[in-house]
Design a protein around this ligand. Structure first.
Ligand code: CO
Length: 218
């Protein structure tokens, strides 16, 4: 069913009316400040909306989304979001959230050419290549893709923890932790992947344990 732009604008007015009816100060409070405790780094996939999944209102989660929830060390966009979230907003938790059935991860896994995005998905292929022997041993194609979705989350969580932004925050004693989650499109539930990194020096230990857990489950 096609939705017209006028319909979207109408829905927007309805939403604004509804929020103000429930709480007259709702928007004026948001204008004054945003005070999120969470940074969500997730996939751009339209089926994975950050606020809805974790039940948070506007102002409560700072969000960065890209194809296949990649955290590349030279990506100025993602680094700028992390720096602002950690240094200025002082978020307490950075959630790296992948999802099962990720088209980007599947394209990376199976060398499906999609265009310019192939270059971006090289980052996911780096993860695939790192674990290629193990992945090759999984006969079921859907299961293999799911495992790469999980490994990709853990890898990107490690990248967050190794970024200058997070390491500098830990060095000055700031309380911020990184977490790796994966979301199931089929049931709407988030699973923890054991990639919880809360301080300098534990990144690789946590990373290796999380990878080992993923491998044991298959
Ligand atoms: Co995706």
């Amino acid at each position: 069913m096609a939705i017209s732009l006028n319909e979207l604008l109408e829905r927007n007015r309805d939403w604004s009316d509804k929020e103000r009816a429930a709480d007259p100060a709702y928007f004026s409070r948001l204008v004054a400040q945003q005070n999120p405790e969470f940074l969500w780094i997730g996939c751009a996939d339209s089926r994975v909306p950050a606020n809805e999944i974790i039940g948070l209102a506007p102002g409560e989660v700072f969000v960065h989304r890209n194809v296949a929830n990649v955290v590349a060390h030279s990506d100025l966009n993602c680094l700028s979001v992390m720096q602002y979230a950690v240094d200025v907003l002082q978020v307490r938790h950075i959630l790296v959230v992948g999802h099962y059935g990720c088209g980007g991860v599947r394209a990376a896994l199976e060398d499906i050419r999609v265009g310019l995005a192939d270059n971006w998905l090289r980052h996911v292929q780096d993860v695939r290549d790192k674990y290629r022997l193990w992945l090759r041993g999984i006969d079921d194609a859907a299961l293999r893709a799911d495992r790469l979705c999980e490994l990709n989350v853990v890898e990107q969580a490690l990248n967050v923890s190794e970024s200058t932004v997070v390491r500098d925050a830990w060095a000055r004693g700031q309380d911020v932790a990184v977490h790796g989650w994966i979301y199931g499109l089929a049931d709407g539930l988030v699973r923890e992947l054991g990639a919880d990194i809360g301080r300098e020096g534990e990144s690789f230990e946590v990373y290796e344990a999380a990878v080992a857990t993923i491998m044991q489950r298959t």
